[in-house]
Design a protein around this ligand. Structure first.
Ligand SMILES: [Mg+2]
Ligand SMILES: [Zn+2]
Length: 178
């Protein structure tokens, strides 16, 4: 199977320093849903792995997060794409969980769920912790320059990180290389 792992905020939708706390605040980035649609149509199974510490911080609850993701799924379906599953870490930075990126817990869950080796699987993020979690399990980290990506690019990146303008450019590159 062809799998791709995406961060959510700053990759698929606009990020916010104040957190994305409601469906209304969830706003797709230009071209991101069309990019996922092209990946879906090319046979990719698209999954999301997202830190959502706003849950632990009490900024929104799981019901609201589900409503946000219902909007994501709905808009994506209208664009002709699909996300197979959304893995999330609802914990805060001090909770000591194994799933909050840069730890690779969600990626291990993904490998188990799909029963595949993640070596070389593209994993797209806009923050260093996305790239670090991806690299820890042998995924190929892709940095997009949307969201925090411009800032992240200034720092040191895990070896082998590929850089693309946005999710659309990642899809272009992957589909061209196929
Ligand atoms: Mg992000
Ligand atoms: Zn967690």
């Amino acid at each position: 199977m062809k799998l791709i792992v995406l961060d959510r905020d700053g990759v698929i939708n606009q990020d916010s320093d104040a957190f994305v706390k409601s469906p209304d605040e969830w706003i797709a980035l230009p071209g991101s849903l069309a990019a996922i649609a092209r990946l879906s149509q090319a046979g990719y199974t698209v999954v999301v792995a997202s830190n959502q510490s706003g849950v632990a911080r009490g900024l929104f609850d799981m019901a609201t997060l589900n409503a946000i993701h219902a909007k994501l799924h709905r808009e994506l379906a209208q664009a002709g794409g699909a996300v197979d599953a959304i893995f999330l870490c609802p914990h805060g930075p001090d909770d000591g969980c194994a799933c909050r990126k840069p730890l690779p817990g969600m990626y291990h869950d993904i490998a188990r769920r799909y029963d595949i080796d993640l070596a070389g699987v593209p994993a797209v993020g806009d923050s260093l912790r996305d790239l670090q979690a991806a690299a820890a399990v042998g995924c190929t980290p892709w940095l997009v320059l949307t969201g925090n990506g411009g800032k992240t690019r200034q720092g040191e990146l895990p070896p082998g990180t590929r850089v693309a303008r946005d999710l659309s450019a990642v899809a272009d590159a992957l589909l061209q290389e196929a």
